[in-house]
Ligand binder design. Structure first.
Ligand SMILES: [Zn+2]
Ligand SMILES: [Zn+2]
Length: 203
């Protein structure tokens, strides 16, 4: 085999996360998520979705049961929707009635907080929890999932996998390559993985 050298440029997954290819939630063709502005767009069907900031409230119920007089108190955090009435049944006597909840502690979570999921290397068997769809470049392999965010990411992985000599710097240790799962690092999977990559490149 020809000697091929790979040098870890100490790139992080974040370097390959600005644009993420996913299945369009509507037509299942290739769509792109622009993680900088939180937008998913599909060239095939024109589907467009945007992530907005999420608003949360704390819901509180505090009352005396109209039937037995027992105090009922509870709270639910991170409620995203304000409801006019909520049905509550009294634990001791079972009397059920719809009451008006109190909403407090309004908080806003910026979309960038939850879109950060695309940059987490440990999200191994992942499904997209941001737009409720799945990655375009992925293929199950043995009990694992081989995946890439986009073609640049796939190409970088390919160069690493096909290299017979893999050079790495000692620092930083947490580069994308350093954090790859063992099944990708294992040279005995090399041929299989290169076949998978070849298939994905044509996708
Ligand atoms: Zn589409
Ligand atoms: Zn009661």
């Amino acid at each position: 085999m020809q000697t091929q050298r790979f040098k870890d440029n100490n790139l992080y997954l974040g370097h390959f996360s600005n644009q993420v290819l996913v299945h369009c939630p509507k037509c299942r063709n290739k769509a792109t998520v622009d993680t900088c502005c939180g937008v998913l767009s599909c060239d095939t069907c024109g589907y467009y979705a945007m992530k907005e900031d999420k608003e949360y409230y704390r819901l509180e119920i505090q009352l005396n049961c109209p039937q037995c007089g027992k105090r009922i108190e509870f709270a639910i955090d991170k409620v995203t929707e304000k409801k006019e009435k909520m049905r509550v049944s009294c634990p001791p006597c079972g009397f059920a009635h719809a009451y008006k909840p109190k909403y407090t502690e309004h908080s806003i979570v910026n979309y960038k907080e939850y879109i950060r999921d695309y940059k987490r290397p440990q999200r191994n068997e992942r499904e997209d929890c941001v737009f409720n769809t799945d990655l375009w470049l992925k293929k199950p392999y043995k009990n694992h999932l081989f995946w890439a965010n986009n073609y640049q990411h796939l190409d970088y992985l390919k160069r690493y996998i096909q290299a017979t000599i893999r050079e790495r710097h000692d620092y930083p240790r947490m580069s994308m390559i350093a954090r790859l799962p063992p099944f990708i690092k294992s040279k005995k999977n090399r041929e299989d993985l290169l076949k998978i990559i070849e298939g994905l490149e044509k996708k």
